[in-house]
Ligand binder design. Sequence first.
Ligand code: EPU
Length: 418
Amino acid sequence: MDERLVIRGGRPLQGSIVASGSKNAALYALAATLLTADPVTIHNTPAIADIGEMADLLRALGARVERSGDDVEIQAAELTEHRAPDEHVVALRASFLVMGPLLAREGEAACAAPGGDVIGVRPLDVHLTGFRALGAEVVRNGAAWVARAPRLTGARLFLDYPSVLGTVNLLFAATLARGTTTIVNAAAEPEVQMVAEMLNEMGARIRGHGSNTIEVDGVERLHGTEFTVIPDRIESGTFLLAGAATGGDVTVEGANPRHLDSLLTKMNEAGLDVTAAGAGIRVCRRPGHDLKPIQLQAVPYPGYATDLHAPMAAMLTQAHGVSIVLERVFENRLLYVGELRSMGAHITAGGQSVMIEGPTPLFGANVRALDVRAGAAVVIAGLAASGETSIRDVIHLDRGYAGLSGRLRALGADVNRI
Ligand code: EPU
């Protein structure tokens, strides 16, 4: 389907929206259900395409999956397949997360190198080295990685890089291993913390999640649970940046300020008024004050999130002066730069760094959502631009933002999906 998002920009966004459940945390929670034969209910899953993809993948492995509104009920009583079918794997990076549970529970798992956004090479060595250290034999069979172990054994795992999916996969594997596993240089992202809490509610024995050393005492089996997904910090941040770029006043209800320290600090530095309370986050311009330029680096949590790099760059086109953004997580996160240039932005990329000279009046153009967050950047630019912006490849936006056009309209934007 050749759908487009058409934005007539120049209107300050005003008002409140409610944060959706976290896309990535919900994907991890869905994969976690493969670790038990009992039913698991997950609340607050976002209405995005990736959740449907993961649900189909779990069904293909033999699980019963029922979605009703934001709730998903899953029971993987018996797993009939140990290899993730390729058609699901190409569509979704998180599909590789079935490896840890299948290996731990069934003793065998296979999955091809997964798809997802084209934002970098995205290797799998952290996952595969970790599985081997836990005692699995890991071999390549054509496009698929195959891992086997009658029962995994706990070990001390040092991760070369604090990979988010790598940490989650190894956490899954370690929950049912014999003995204790220590994951050193683990990812500390809130989504990793959440899935560890969910696993503990299923009977796992995990400590230290949220820090960079996680310890897991393996158990014989996990049981069912009912769990609510945390709010999506990246979606919340995107709406707050959109509000700021248009000179508006936006509140995201339910957003957790503790998960957004890095963004809120940078927004403060840029001269925005940030009010963060338990109930949500509000960001608006300080009356009579221009947006100021800033410098930031996208790094693992709790540093500035790579997923909020492109949306922030779009906002910085409206700051008075030169801003610098350095991308240190993915090597191909700068796809949005060319699109913003075609809308009039003074933005240049050299290596992994981006220089933005502002403020530049942006104008509407025909642009593409080249990946989910590059797509968010052109949406923000379109909202701040004069005239009409037409965005192709909206399928990328659907992967990360539930009901995007309706929610932007609720904030006063002129946005239509055609
Ligand atoms: N890396 C390795 N070896 C590995 C795995 C990763 O060197 O085995 C490197 C990658 O090359 C990359 C860096 O580690 O340079 C970060 O990759 P990581 O594995 O942490 O990312 P990911 O787990 O594949 C998740 C999210 C991304 C988010 C990143 C970083 C999902 C499905 N994806 O990816 O989200 O940007 O963590 O926080 O959870 C998005 O939502 O748009 C998105 C891309």
